[in-house]
Design a protein around this ligand. Structure first.
Ligand code: HEC
Length: 132
C-alpha cells in the first residue's frame, strides 16, 4: 500500500536536513513575527489557538508556521487557495498523491484537521512582486 518509498538512508538524511532546517526556522519565525505582526493573525473560523498549536506540532518544521517553507523541497503554503490545500491533503491521505513525508503526516489527519490546516494557511496574507 505504501509503494516502494525511500530506504532508510534517504529517511536518515531527511532527518538530518530537518534538524538543520530547525535552526533556520527559529530565526525566520522571529524575523517574520517582528516584521509583520499582523501576518500571523488570520481570521479563522475555528479555534485559532488550537489550530496554531497543531500547525506548530505537525507542519512548521517543514512549512513554517507562516507557510514559508523551511525544508528544502517543501512547498510554500501561505496564501494558497483553501480548496487546493484541502484537496492536496486529502490526496496525500488517500495515497492518490505520493510523497514519502506528506503521506506519513496526512495519514494522521481527520477531516476537521484538514479543514483547519487549509483554513490556517489560506488565511495568511501574502503580498507578491513580479520581477522587474
Ligand atoms: C517532514 C516535512 C513535512 C511536514 C512535517 C509536513 N510537510 Fe507538507 N510537504 C512536505 C514536502 C516535502 C512537500 C512536497 C511534496 C511533494 O512534492 O508532493 C509537502 C507538500 C505539502 C502540500 C502540497 C503543496 C502544493 O503546493 O501542492 C501541502 C498542502 C502540505 N504539504 C501541507 C502540510 C500540512 C498541513 C502539514 C502539517 C499537518 C504538513 N504539510 C507537514 C513536507 C512536510
Amino acid at each position: 500500500m505504501n509503494g516502494p518509498g525511500p530506504g532508510p538512508a534517504r529517511l536518515y538524511s531527511d532527518n538530518k536536513k530537518m534538524r538543520r532546517s530547525k535552526r533556520c526556522l527559529l530565526s525566520l519565525t522571529l524575523l517574520l513575527a517582528v516584521a509583520s505582526g499582523s501576518l500571523l493573525e488570520p481570521a479563522l473560523a475555528g479555534d485559532a489557538t488550537a489550530v496554531r498549536d497543531k500547525v506548530r506540532t505537525l507542519c512548521q518544521n517543514c512549512h513554517g508556521e507562516n507557510g514559508v517553507a523551511v525544508l528544502h523541497g517543501a512547498a510554500n503554503l501561505s496564501g494558497q487557495q483553501r480548496e487546493y490545500l484541502r484537496e492536496q491533503l486529502r490526496a496525500y491521505r488517500s495515497g492518490r498523491r505520493q510523497d514519502a513525508q506528506m503521506n506519513i503526516v496526512a495519514k494522521t489527519l481527520t477531516d476537521a484537521d484538514i479543514e483547519n490546516f487549509a483554513d490556517w494557511y489560506s488565511t495568511i496574507k501574502v503580498t507578491v512582486e513580479t520581477p522587474k
